[in-house]
Design a protein around this ligand. Sequence first.
Ligand code: ZN
Ligand code: FE
Length: 255
Amino acid sequence: MPVEILTVPCRSDNYAFLIHNSETDETALVDAPEAAPIITALEGKGWSLNTILITHHHDDHIDGVAALKSKYGCVIVGAATDAHRLPPLDMEVAEGDPLSVAGHSVEVIDVSGHTVGHIAFYIPDANAVFTADSLMALGCGRLFEGDAPMMWKSLSKLAALPKETVVCSGHEYTAANARFALTVDPANEALQKRAAAITEARAAGNPTVPSFLSDELATNPFLRPADPAIRSNLGMEGASDTEVFAEIRSRKDRF
Ligand code: ZN
Ligand code: FE
């Protein structure tokens, strides 16, 4: 079934995503950092808005929900466990619940860590996963509520998706993430190349999101705690993947 994904830059460094089915003329939105640029994008395409999928409760992902709801009367979908701190939900979901949006089946994945209750949406028809502040381009979200074992479990689920999956994440943090990644994995040639491409893209004012899961697997240190070179750099050859992940995350917090 035909599916088009449109990236909508919002606020200073957020991304929202529109998912459009041209056969049914239905459109879904993942996250609403603010309403105005999303309305502009919808009107530019001549689309209405049927559904909003919310990943987590932070303001920079939900501030536009109320205005979009009143303009379009769209269905608001979010995590049942976070219903108390999300805008009013029309549909509450949990991992594994069957969900169909804009004519496409959507898999809900619990990716707690940044917050407890953060969910991701995987759309096999679109080869895309919407990860917000869980897996990010060359990074992962800061652990505000969960801990490292929780985030590692969440990232492991995303890492197991098909390698050709497009990762639609929530922020343009990639240049800073690249600078940090090079401190733990400096000899990784794929990372060096990607970091150079990111510098070039940002200098030209181009987004670095979305990204391919295959590139994240090859270059994102938060998906690579099993990598021997990273382990040796950290002096953690005998540690568990979770322990190495925790060390990488805490180094990034101090970076
Ligand atoms: Zn957040
Ligand atoms: Fe965010």
